[in-house]
Write a protein of this length. Structure first.
Length: 256
């Protein structure tokens, strides 16, 4: 497993601060949230994109694990705006040297999701940037995301991002999530929360998410594992730096 964290956990911090934090805590990568507040977004000029690459590369080893975008690939409405937004995110990823872009479903229309992913397939194959479909919102389970990716059947274009919270809180056991995602699994986000009903973030192993069960299932997984500490949405929770040691321990424990 390769350890990263999402900049969602550092609201108000710039990229340089996130890079410094990742370096202090022995992270191999950063998951960069795409938003004007983070300084990383599709509106960046060529010079701005070069500055992001330089800031990350200046650490001498840290890389971008993924860009965390917000495009809804199965959202209601016409395909055009969704495809354009996704291509913008993918183009930014290619410019920054990021291997993947996270997307949300934001709808239940699997056929629309497949159609839109096929529309960007050429860019993905040419650039080497993949789409990561997160187990989230209207398709929160491994079974739901697995159906979409099975229908797409283009592993070079898209894979699954398993956010360990959402399938579990919707009643899907971790073993069933992993089975449903199968070879589509490309990326994992870890976190803990008070309970399935109360998703307030808490330090790992202090909430209800079955983290040890997930970890045992993921032994041998060679992809990115990213701590998604949602302090942007829950500003009263502890700072990210207090949570990172537990996440690093989780990765170390289940990488052995």
């Amino acid at each position: 497993m390769k350890f990263a964290f999402s900049t969602l956990g550092m609201p108000g911090a710039g990229l340089a601060e996130a890079v410094a934090t990742a370096t202090r805590h022995g992270c191999a990568g950063l998951e960069l949230r795409l938003h004007p507040d983070t300084g990383v977004h599709t509106g960046l000029t060529a010079a701005g994109r070069a500055a992001v690459r330089s800031t990350v590369a200046g650490t001498g080893g840290l890389v971008i694990a993924a860009l965390a975008g917000y495009t809804g690939i199965s959202a209601p409405g016409p395909d055009g705006p969704v495809v354009r937004a996704l291509l913008d995110d993918l183009s930014l990823a290619a410019d920054l040297g990021a291997p993947a872009v996270r997307v949300f479903p934001k709808g239940e229309d699997v056929e629309a999701g497949v159609r839109r992913l096929r529309a960007v397939a050429g860019f993905c194959v040419e650039s080497g940037v993949r789409v990561l479909v997160e187990t989230h919102d209207a398709l929160p389970t491994g079974a739901a995301v697995g159906r979409l990716l099975d229908a797409l059947a283009m592993p070079a274009v898209a894979g699954a991002l398993w956010d360990v919270l959402h399938p579990w809180r919707h009643g899907e056991a971790p073993a069933d999530t992993l089975k449903a995602l199968g070879d589509h699994l490309a990326y994992v986000q870890i976190k803990d929360a008070v309970s399935a009903a109360d998703t307030t973030p808490v330090p790992l192993w202090t909430g209800g998410v079955p983290l040890d069960e997930c970890g045992e299932l993921l032994r041998g997984f060679g992809g990115w594992v990213s701590l998604e500490w949602e302090r942007t949405w829950y500003p009263d929770v502890p700072p990210l730096e207090e949570i990172l040691p537990g996440a690093r321990e989780w990765v170390a424990r289940f990488s052995a």
